[in-house]
Design a protein around this ligand. Sequence first.
Ligand code: TPP
Ligand code: MG
Length: 358
Amino acid sequence: MAKTADRARDVLGDREHALRLLRLMVLVRRFEERAEEQYTRARIGGYCHLAIGEEAANVGSIDCLGADDYLFVSYRDHAAALAVGSSPAAVMAELFGKETGVARGYGGSMHLLDVDRHFLGGWGIVGGHLPIAVGAALALDYQDAPGAVLCQFGDGATNTGAFHEALNLAAIWGLPIVFQVINNLYGMGTSVDQASAEPELHKRACAYRMHGERVDGNDVLAVREAAGRLLARAREESEPALLETTTYRYRGHSVADAGKVYRTADEVDSWRERDPITRFVAVLQEHDLLDDEALDEMRKQVSDEVSEAIREAAAAPAPGPDELYDNVYGDEHWREQFDAMDTAAPFGEREETRSWLR
Ligand SMILES: Cc1ncc(C[n+]2csc(CCOP(=O)(O)OP(=O)(O)O)c2C)c(N)n1
Ligand SMILES: [Mg+2]
């Protein structure tokens, strides 16, 4: 317990670090609010899952990653990209499907990545990235390389077969990986209580004789302390762990869900009272690390940075049609296959696509 408090104080003893953490959470919040707005302006196509309310769970653990570590996350991935240091302009450009995006505009909102920063995605299949993250941990172990893997996923993912396979292999092989379940109480419209026979998700670790624990995912220092400790153990002792961080998404599952049918307004309000940013601001103020003026200035700077990101992303070019077949494996038959596809698109895209193919 004493050690826990010490580690939390580490950050509070380093003003620059503490403010960097806060700034990141404020950036994620602002970025997501503006992404939501840009979606309604039809600048973002496909899906878009926002992490408003979950900033501490995302940012607190990613803050513990070192240069040798690797990160895998689900499709609710904007915060992860920003937390590893991808530029907001490149992340926004990816959402817009632009050439300057982190994945050249091929991936969109759910498939962000930044290989240079060891951020290996952004994955759309629920639970699908867990075995891939285990593969990365196996590679580290096999090559006797330093570092560990952090794999974040939702509560819904803990009910997939891939979750059990991944934890089992990580445990029997003793791999350097921390599985972080971001328990936001819902998988789309289904609550954890309805979906999970053991709703205290960290307890599932015992089925693999793995260490499991739960922390308040809206307390960035608690998340950071637990993730830092478990990642250190993964690196030094090659011991995997399951960390459950409880949090809440204020918005619906995706921009297509208002999030009002399966939960009450009172429930949402009760979580707003535990808002991760408001709480961290209060801690910083208590420790005389931040005053109102500095907070306003930070908010303004972040807001301007995101506006600039939007401007840059909007002005960037989209990848050209000539790139349609880049990175497609196989022989020339795919041309015929694409040609034979009827996209059933209402605005004449089919004819347009055909003209590219000629
Ligand atoms: C294998 C699979 N099944 C179903 C879906 C559809 N789906 C997308 S998100 C989602 C809910 C997942 O919830 P959770 O893991 O709690 O993550 P959250 O969205 O809350 O972050 C579902 C069922 C999918 N993408 N992949
Ligand atoms: Mg969930």
